[in-house]
Design a protein around this ligand. Structure first.
Ligand SMILES: [Zn+2]
Length: 114
């Protein structure tokens, strides 16, 4: 549900770039971490509705998911958390949360200029 305003913002940013270049948007590439608080499928769903009638209409939205990683407090390595476990697969130490998996940004906007 809260993906609506963020999707609106993404379309605004892409439309602005298209207007400045006097073109239209053909593709948007997003990076969305699994722990960013946003769900890629919902953004996709809102995108088609919001993009209609704007330079973003018909653009493809590609979403790159990032899986969260923990960092081991003992050996310092990064690893993906397994279900019900925070322990390091390399040394058995305790993993702590990192920023990996909390990403949310527009990586690229592709434009087509006549
Ligand atoms: Zn470790």
């Amino acid at each position: 549900m809260h993906e609506y305003p963020i999707t609106l913002r993404i379309v605004e940013i892409a439309n602005q770039q298209a207007n400045e270049a006097n073109g239209r948007v053909t593709g948007i590439h997003l990076v969305v971490g699994d722990e960013s608080g946003f769900i890629g499928e919902s953004i996709q769903m809102y995108f088609d509705v919001i993009a209609e009638g704007t330079p973003c209409e018909g653009a493809s939205l590609s979403i790159e998911r990032v899986r969260p990683k923990l960092q081991c407090t003992a050996c310092g390595r990064y690893f993906e958390r397994r279900p019900f476990s925070f322990s390091c697969p390399f040394c058995g130490g305790d993993g702590r949360p990192t920023k990996i998996g909390k990403e949310f940004y527009i990586k690229d906007v592709e434009l087509e200029v006549d």
